[in-house]
Design a protein around this ligand. Structure first.
Ligand SMILES: [Zn+2]
Length: 258
């Protein structure tokens, strides 16, 4: 196989769409030809960039409803096809069914990918907020260790009332709160002090999205999540994960305690 032939097939090769024999021949050519190997590398790099940078869009509620309705209708349909059905008809419906399955699979995978991307973006966004507040000296808008001062201040500025608890006796002193914007919505941020560390805790009503992972690390900051008291609690700090995770879980549970 010469370079021109490889050039034609390199994209299909990168996507693993070729048969074993051609795959083997191209593989051998790439090992001995720097030009074609570079071209192959470019295709792989482009594919990686497309995967990383092209945005995903969640399916609209209307599309979800339509897919559900279509699947339900198909389930309810009589199982036997008319006797007139020919092989060709069966082949066609088989194809349609396979197509439908593929579409459903793509939809399910797509939804999972969107949730993953959303959570990825969420962790990055809370870390960005935390860093911005720390660097910009905008950490606290209402400075108080009194939960009865912080809570009404936040409630007056939001369409929900976040539970506020001072856990100073457990080493986590409430120092105040502020408002942030997360995913285009105002969100309550509680600020705690633990030894020399500052911990930001973002509190918002529980969303219908898949919950973020319990723990993530973004640019060296730990991001821990917990659900409780009807809220999502997302804590960000440079404090170790073994401190941050139990703390955020404790806060989420604290709402239930008297
Ligand atoms: Zn070549």
């Amino acid at each position: 196989m010469n370079c021109n032939e490889v050039e034609v097939m390199v994209a299909a090769y990168a996507d693993r769409e070729l048969d074993r024999l051609r795959e083997h021949v191209i593989e051998k050519h790439l090992r001995g030809c720097a030009g074609c190997a570079a071209m192959h590398h470019k295709v792989l790099a482009l594919r990686a960039r497309l995967r990383a940078e092209v945005p995903y869009f969640p399916a609209s509620a209307a599309l979800r409803a339509w897919v559900h309705a279509t699947v339900e209708a198909a389930r309810g349909a009589p199982p036997s096809q008319p006797r007139l059905a020919l092989d060709r008809w069966r082949w066609l419906t088989g194809g349609a069914l396979a197509g439908c399955t593929a579409t459903m699979l793509a939809w399910v995978l797509g939804t999972a990918v969107i949730d993953w991307r959303t959570n990825d973006d969420l962790a990055a966004a809370v870390v960005a907020s935390h860093v911005r507040a720390m660097l910009g000296n905008h950490l606290i808008e209402v400075a108080s260790s009194d939960q009865h001062t912080v809570k009404p201040w936040l409630s007056a500025r939001l369409d929900y009332s976040p539970p506020v608890h001072d856990l100073a006796n457990e080493g986590f002193a409430l120092t105040g709160g502020r408002l942030d914007i997360l995913e285009q919505r105002p969100i309550a941020t509680l600020v705690y002090r633990y030894r020399q560390h500052t911990i930001d805790v973002f509190v918002r009503p529980e969303s219908a999205h898949a919950p973020p992972p319990a723990l993530r690390t973004v640019r060296g900051f730990n991001v821990a999540h917990a659900s409780g008291s009807g809220m999502d609690w997302i804590a960000v700090s440079d404090v170790s994960a073994s401190v941050l995770s139990p703390f955020v879980q404790r806060l989420a549970r604290a709402g239930a305690a008297p």
